[in-house]
Design a protein. Structure first.
Length: 310
């Protein structure tokens, strides 16, 4: 084996100068890259491959001096055989990266087309208004309390908010009365949803660290060995967790209602044909839908206040 390695080192070293000359004349013949350059030829055949052959020769000296014929032949054809293989490997890797890039772009396009664009809490979008910045903040807080299922709702609200604004800008000119009224109502609905997210954060912080599975397993498996005080404490802890989860589900239902209100407004506004008398009526209908939702949300909040104070 060492004789073969020593012969391959000699053969590889002897073929470096001819390949270097060929590469200086036409780099495409001596380099496997898509954009060959002559300085790469000098680096490859003047430094890298001679250094590799030197290492092979020094390693083979442990077996003495005696290069084999097959090693010589393998070293002489190593570059000629290795170049096509390296070209194929590079092309295969490039195609795989291209497929991954296309798949990621298709996924991003599909998510954007469905109205869901993930917000980065640490980096709000460029030119984001106060509401989008508030959404980024509250998403970071929900992720901080380990509630990713609630944080995903922030992305959905952001998508609806952006979609309604795009419909408004496509149907009305900024400064029109209908535009300003609808825009303010959309912001009120979205700000109300942000308040709900803040309430979710507060409630999720209260039960953070409580392991409901542990409590239930203790009550189920160790019920006989538990004292009355410990059993009552575990039941009280379980009740607190369940009450908080119910409150979170109610807030999530309110959030879904806000999304529905924004969708209704977007659909109504998209039917508006500007430049006609009925355009104002369509915008007024959308504003009425948003106004009714805001009034209903306020009544719901007033009903919830006595319960939350308990």
């Amino acid at each position: 084996m060492l004789e073969f390695l020593q012969g391959a080192a000699y053969g590889l070293f002897l073929t470096c100068p001819p390949w270097c000359l060929v590469g200086l004349v036409n780099p495409r013949l001596a380099l496997p890259t898509e954009h060959p350059q002559r300085w790469r030829v000098l680096v490859r055949y003047g430094a890298v491959l001679p250094f590799i052959s030197l290492l092979m020769w020094l390693t083979s000296l442990w077996g003495g001096f005696g290069p084999s014929l097959w090693g010589w032949l393998a070293g002489l054809v190593a570059i000629a055989v290795g170049l096509p293989l390296e070209r194929r490997w590079r092309r295969w890797r490039m195609r795989r990266q291209q497929r991954r890039f296309e798949a990621a772009r298709r996924r991003e396009r599909a998510r954007a087309e469905s109205g869901v664009v993930e917000l980065d809490p640490s980096r709000p979008p460029v030119g984001a208004d106060e509401l989008v910045q508030a959404l980024c903040r509250v998403k970071g807080e929900l992720l901080g309390v380990e509630r990713p299922e609630l944080a995903s709702r922030v992305d959905r609200l952001h998508g609806r908010y952006r979609h309604v604004n795009e419909v408004l800008e496509s149907r009305f000119e900024p400064g029109e009365l209908a535009f300003e009224r609808a825009r303010s109502l959309v912001e009120q609905v979205s700000l109300g949803a942000v308040d709900d997210f803040d309430a979710m954060v507060d409630r999720a912080k209260g039960i953070r660290g409580m392991d409901v599975d542990y409590v239930r397993s203790r009550l189920a498996k160790d019920a006989v060995r538990l004292s009355a005080e410990e059993t009552e404490a575990l039941r009280r802890r379980l009740a607190l967790i369940e009450e908080t989860e119910i409150a979170l589900r109610r807030l999530a239902a309110r959030n879904e209602a806000a999304l529905t209100a924004l969708d209704d407004a977007a659909v109504t506004l998209s039917r508006v044909v500007t430049g006609r008398p009925k355009a104002a009526l369509g915008a007024e209908r959308a504003c009425d839908e948003l106004r009714r939702f805001i009034e209903g949300a306020e009544r719901y909040g007033q009903r919830q206040q006595p319960h939350s104070s308990d």
